[in-house]
Design a protein around this ligand. Structure first.
Ligand code: NAD
Length: 498
């Protein structure tokens, strides 16, 4: 049995709180490991460590800092399969999908190698008589990340890489459901040359999260997870005077116009709706065909595809998706399917009864498909986070865009069409942060920024891309005049550049 503790001061350490919980292997329902749940005292030890290490790290020149990132990229290539295996076993997604989870994280690390350029300040020569003005970007100090279960490599790396590249020390509180990969990531950073104490992983639950929120030495918090927790962390973190960015849940729509290529649309929809068992914040959970004829043509092609989805254990390379993350998640998702039936939606494909032969204790369900879902139903309003797709039939394009605009969530959205004008109008008017045009999961590439709108995001800067360098640095602006100007004597009127 694996026992996960924490990673503090450059090495793995056992937990001392006496509290721990099981880490499951969703594909067969076995207990894979236990994970220690940190106390506020254990967090404090990590913060002290990080605070001391940050002073030197922040003063290291940025090119030297990013060489650690370069070496890290190399080490991950060496250990790719080991990491993908741990990830798939603890999360439940397939190994192929686990490789993608790691890869999307590495792409942000690659972009962070450009940190020396991104951190450059501005300079104005002769802003006033004998006066130069310049700005510099400096690290915040000790910063923390609180991350969800569904991308245990990608999301920690989206936070760790820019924070370290900018000269901060980082405390990661990963999901307690799959802590194995985050701990390996920390080890690989140390092997890559990161000084001890600059990156720490503290495992735990609400107790340690609250300690992070209240710790006066933690200057910024990046959170990703469900909307209620995002709101809580944003409110309490901001009240404590920290810089906070929180990314929450989603309900991503795919608008299907009458002129869309239906084969391409269905291919895109099946992958985006059911990949990773729907446990992606950019999964499509609502399909909106425009017009009844479009809806009928969609259903004709979609139903057999949902019926023939291949569910399998994470280690089965031919599986389309694996089990859900926990028994509770499985019960919750099945509960939503029961609810949809009660609310009057038409359950066209029912995956609730699916059992995986040879893996009867795993957390599996088959793909579910609802037709005739309406905007007043809870299965439409709430995030299900499972392999369940709802079809909402919209009579017109205006009705379709209104659905996406009126929904509480605004993470991702897509339009499938052959009409450039419709696509352009949609991209401009839709009230959602990330838009795909004939692209079902429009996760922006690493040098753009990632972030939703409305209840999908709290704070004003996005993840990765240029925003990450703004989030993890503070700007200092210097106005300087050298001695000759001082000979004029004291000035009592506020200096202006007239
Ligand atoms: P979650 O909100 O349950 O947990 C996220 C983190 O918060 C974990 O580290 C967890 O330990 C901690 N946490 C949980 N309950 C807490 C509490 N009461 N007090 C303090 N901390 C608490 O989310 P999850 O189930 O791990 O992840 C799935 C959710 O994350 C979905 O809603 C999904 O849409 C969202 N998500 C969003 C994005 C995005 O970028 N918007 C990306 C990935 C996942």
């Amino acid at each position: 049995m694996i026992e996960y503790g924490h990673f503090i001061g450059g090495k793995r350490v056992a937990g001392t709180s006496g509290r721990k919980q099981d880490v499951m292997q969703p594909m067969d329902g076995s207990v894979r490991a236990t994970v220690a749940l940190a106390s506020a005292q254990e967090l404090r030890a990590a913060v002290e460590n990080a605070k001391a290490a940050q002073l030197k790290w922040g003063a290291t020149n940025p090119q030297r800092r990013v060489r650690v990132l370069m070496k890290f990229l190399e080490l991950v290539q060496r250990d790719y399969e080991e990491l993908a295996d741990i990830l798939a076993r603890e999360h439940g997604k397939t190994i192929a999908d686990a490789r993608g989870d790691i890869q999307r994280g590495l792409e942000v690390v690659e972009v962070c190698i450009g940190a020396p350029h991104m951190m450059k300040g501005e300079f104005t020569d002769g802003a006033g008589p004998g006066i130069d003005t310049y700005s510099m970007r400096q690290p915040l100090g000790v910063v923390a990340g609180i991350t969800p279960f569904n991308f245990p490599a990608m999301i920690p790396l989206w936070k760790i890489a820019p924070a370290l590249a900018c000269g901060n020390a980082f405390i990661l509180k990963p999901s307690e459901r799959d802590p194995g990969v985050p701990l390996r990531i920390a080890e690989l950073f140390i092997e890559a040359g990161l000084p001890e104490g600059v990156l720490n992983v503290v495992n735990g639950d609400k107790e340690v999260v609250d300690a992070i929120l209240d710790d006066p030495d933690i200057k910024a918090i990046g959170f990703v997870g469900s909307t209620p927790i995002a709101q809580y962390i944003y409110a309490r973190g901001c009240a404590a005077g920290k810089r906070v960015q929180c990314f929450g849940g989603a309900k991503n729509h795919m608008i299907i116009m009458p002129d869309a290529d239906m084969d391409q649309t269905v291919d895109a929809l099946i992958g985006a709706g059911y990949g990773s068992a729907g446990e992606r914040c950019m999964a499509i959970s609502v399909a909106v065909p425009v017009g009844n004829d479009t809806a009928n043509r969609l259903m004709e092609k979609l139903v057999p595809r949902v019926e023939s989805l291949k569910v399998g254990p994470s280690t089965d390379s031919s599986a389309d998706f694996g089990p859900l993350v926990t028994a509770q998640a499985l019960e919750r998702v099945k509960g939503y399917v029961d609810l949809g039936v009660k609310e009057g939606a038409k359950l066209v494909v029912d995956g609730r009864g699916f059992k995986m032969q040879g893996y009867e204790d795993g957390y599996y369900m088959g793909g579910c498909l609802f037709d005739n879902v309406t905007a007043d139903m809870r299965i439409y309003k709430e995030e299900i986070f499972g392999p369940v797709l709802s079809v909402v039939r919209a009579p017109t394009y205006e009705n379709a865009i209104k659905l996406a605009n009126d929904h509480e969530m605004g993470n991702g959205v897509a339009i499938f069409t052959r009409d450039g004008d419709a696509a352009r109008d949609f991209a401009s008017r839709v009230q959602v942060g990330m838009v795909g045009v004939n692209v079902p999961i429009p996760v922006p590439i690493a040098y753009y920024t990632f972030g939703g709108w409305k209840a999908s995001s709290f704070g004003d800067l996005n993840q990765h891309g240029p925003d990450a360098f703004r989030f993890y640095t503070k700007t200092k602006t210097v106005t300087s005049r050298w001695p000759s100007g001082i000979k004029d004597g004291a000035e009592f009127v506020i200096p202006t550049m007239n």
